[in-house]
Design a protein. Sequence first.
Lengths: 490, 435
Amino acid sequence: MSSLTILAILAVAGIVAFFIGRMRSIQVCGGRQRNLHSRPSYYGYYLAILTALPAVILLAVWSVAERPVTKYVAMQELPPTVLQGTDAEKALTMSVVDSIAQGLPKLGPEEYEVLRKARFGFVTSSDARDVLAKHGVVLGSDPDRSLLAAADELASARATSRLWLPIACFGLAALGFFWGYTRIRPELRSRNIVERVMRSGLFLASTVAVLTTVGIVLSVLFETIHFFQFVSPMDYFFGTVWDPRFATVGKAEGQFGLLPLLWGTLFISAVALLVAVPVGLFAAIYMSEYAGSKVRAFAKPVLEILAGIPTIVYGFFALSVFGPLLRDIGGNIGLDISASSVLTAGIVMGVMIIPFVSSLSDDIINAVPQSLREGSYGLGATQSETIKKVVLPAALPGIVGAVLLAASRAIGETMIVVLAAGIAANLTLNPLEPVTTITVKIVSQLTGDLEFNSPQTLVAFALGLTLFVITLGLNVYALYIVRKYREQYE
Amino acid sequence: MTDQTASLASFTSEAATKKLRKRHRAERRFQMYGIAAILFALAFLVFLFASIFSQGWTAFLQTSIKLPVDFSQEVINPSGNPDAEDEIFQANYVKLAREALYKQLGVDPNDRKARRAANELLSRGVDVQLRDMVLRDPSIIGTTEDVWLLASDNADALMKGSIDRETPSERRQVSDEQIAWIDQLVDAGNMKKRFNTGLFVNGASSNPETAGLGVALIGSFFMMLTVVLLAVPLGVCAALYLEEYAPKGKIADTIEVNINNLAAVPSIVFGLLGLAVFINFFGLPRSASLVGGLVLTLMTLPTIIITTRAAIRAVPPSIREAALGVGASKMQLIGHHVLPLSLPGILTGTIIGLVQALGETAPLLMIGMVAFVVDYPTTPLEPATGLPVQIYMWASSAERGFVERTAGATMVLLAFLIVMNSLAVYLRNRFERKW
């Protein structure tokens, strides 16, 4: 019985328990509902919670624990030579064991007998191999006896677990139901109990966001530490050559210098900001200071559409239209612009982050008190002089915050650069040449075959951590500035 | 003192008027910069949409050739046993299509060169097309039927005008002979562009003419379903807790700062999380749309929480106090009043989160959804791709036919997003309440 089926049955049981609990509460008060502490439905919820909740929790814990526990049982059968090997060798062995174990339940009783005999050495293991091959489990060589033993144990542990899981879950549900049923009395403060459970549920939901952050930090950090066992942090942080070579298990051939990638990322982001900051800022100024309500009602959504377009669309546009266009323009005026130059990716990315600059700046400019403007007008300044000399200086910290937020978007942006920026890591100052970025390399190191014990794959996590730290730093600082700025005028 | 009087008198002097005019010009210039900035953004938007549309609209049409195909028993089922499925499955359907084409064009079957040239007109996917017809209805074996067969990538490009007839034949991918044949077929009404249902139905293929979005659409659907089922309840519950219950203090602040920062974490980092936690740790299969959905759930959660909190905060205190005043508990206040009243805002926020999730690509690349999936996934645990990932894969292909399809797929994606956004705007306008 699959976990999903069990879950569905528990849900139905919960609904049934709700109605029974409701009925029971009316029964125990003899139909006089005002004698009940809570409304009848709360007794229903009470019983439903007692029936379904513990069983669902058990189901969840069991499902998570099943894999490691069964794997541990199977590992006991493997000879010490395998257990003392590297993680990669263990993983390889376990994957063979796993594929045999998945074939075992398909065998007929006689065929299984062959396998048992092979396990204990009464027949050769090539017989077992033939039997398995008949059921779609193709092995590269004759399996070792210990492998068959491990697979046998794994399969039986799994079967046991699959057998006991529904029994345990339904048993717990029944237990909860009967215990709750006997406890339903008019004095039972069921509403308070139900509300406390619901409140805990709400609290748990709000911790998911925190858990996600913890998950990101831990998972990326763990793999990064693993990476630093192959490559020294000095070579990573201060290396100027990026040349990871091929993923050969456990060998740190190749160089993993962060600097060229970091430079590429910052270079493209700088070009993007050169586009986005003037355009976004002027658009924001015009919309908040000059535009009438009609223009505003039109221009604001138009700018927001720019933020709503998926980045893959920008990437495709940069790759198929904008890059070739820039190259042709460059060709006409005698400049040699590569189709995947810094300019291509930078300008398209700049357009993408215009709304991040403009909408936040718009809010911030609007928050500048009107009295400051009026004071300036009273001294005879024109509107633009007021904006330049009074409004913008007053709004400056907030605008810096907006620009930092936009910068963090640009640094973390992936699809535009994956499609439109270069592949080779270049340390160049020329914006007409291609460079590559951190995100591009994360993607290229993690697509295709993954080998979790090679620095070639693990470096992606180190790059991810670098990216996470940079963007987090920018965000925290930007939010701090914006918040401080808001407090100033509140 | 005299200086000041002089300067006061000089307000109307020529120098002062000149300076004033200069200041007014600066004023107008400043305004122009603002207008120029907005026009720049608008022009870019128009350029983006126009270039994608002009490249992509032809993807919704596909050239087909009508041929009288002889489903000969000899080729398909020589043993005569209708149950010999292997035999029917492996029959040489390409031969059937090609022979029909030779007959139609009047190609000499003994002229190898001409035969090869004629073969190039047909798609390499015709065998699947014919095989599926036979498998669906075995009774057509032995009959001759008119079938619209897909034309090859090059023939399609010529029909759509993306191969120029004027280019010298040695640099053209379609020979003069083939053009003559195509004209002959077109004149007889046996070759034309038809609506490309394959674009929406087919799975992955290495031939552009038979590649489609079918698997990607199903994958995206599964992912959106996961996001709706998980992110919405979690997000709404979290927002309720933070707005209604969380005591002001360290914990609430931590969660709050956390959510704001999570909203700004680069999406690719969520992909790394998915790879390390869901695939490596929990052992969920790679390329599965369930994993994609889980990653997108975590990514959209902050958006949903933030918009829901805003909607909850908009419920006026008078309603809360009235409910508490007549003896409702806090949970009853939430369930009976706060939630129903903030529902439109929550819905709008949910749709905005879904729009974000539907267009997101980078995290899906990390969890292996860049896969060549031919068969429809039937459960979220089977390998699938997603709409944006399919666009990415096609964008990285070199063939000309894929460029058109990439733009076409982009149009499909944008259409979905426009519909969803319009729905959000409609809901907001229809149900928004001003207190």
